[in-house]
Design a protein around this ligand. Structure first.
Ligand code: VGL
Ligand code: ZN
Length: 205
């Protein structure tokens, strides 16, 4: 059984948002179309309380994209984004959110960031996503969404660790940083993950 996971396709990561991913809006129509190829679609949602410790605004003298130590883990500081209940944390109206059967929220603990849809960055607390997918007899996961080099990548790594066959649909994601994306995709593939183009999906699913 295949599942498509939509990673963090939220207003704050789209055009005009505080953490806008370059060209991110281009994936929305493609992602809407891709959903037709899957029997199961789920989504993840970055969902931070205001004052989350990953926000640069709470670290005097620090700027977004600087790295600090947060409770023993290296933490890139971000502009305030995806604050619970705000429009920016919501899904864009033009994204089809009728098909996704469940939404897994992450990043609610103010003391630890959560890039992966499966676990926080310290691998301390599960979101329940792996158990949900196994219960639905999923063995193969396809990933689309934002950002390709951050939350899509970390979700893909945990998917491999949980022994799911894992595909990233390359044209259905966009990175914050293209150079970093190329680097982390080599790592993803070295761990057994596969990069595919959406055009190849019609024959597979
Ligand atoms: C993300 C940075 C901070 C993402 C979330 O969805 O890729 N990146 N929070
Ligand atoms: Zn975040």
């Amino acid at each position: 059984m295949n599942a498509l996971i939509l990673v963090d396709i939220q207003n704050d990561f789209l055009k005009g948002g505080p953490l806008a991913v370059p060209d991110a809006d281009a994936i929305v129509p493609l992602v809407n179309h891709l959903q037709d190829h899957f029997d199961l679609v789920v989504a993840t949602q970055d969902w931070h309380p205001s004052g989350h410790r990953s926000f640069a605004s709470g670290h005097p003298g620090k700027k977004p994209f600087e790295v600090v130590n947060l409770n023993g883990l290296p933490q890139t500081l971000w502009p305030d984004h995806c604050v619970q209940g705000t429009r920016g944390a919501g899904f864009p109206a033009r994204l089809n959110m009728n098909k996704p059967e469940a939404i897994f929220r992450k990043g609610a603990n103010p003391e630890i960031d959560s890039y992966s849809g499966f676990y926080d960055n310290g691998h301390r607390k599960s979101t329940g996503l792996a158990g949900y997918l196994r219960d639905r007899s999923v063995d193969t996961i396809y990933l689309a969404g934002l950002a390709g080099d951050i939350c899509v990548y970390y979700t893909a790594l945990d998917s491999l660790k949980a022994a799911f066959s894992t595909f990233i649909i390359e044209d259905a994601t966009r990175p914050l940083n293209r150079e970093n994306f190329e680097k982390v995709m080599l790592d993803f593939q070295a761990r057994g993950g596969k990069l595919i183009q959406s055009g190849a999906l019609a024959g597979i699913t």
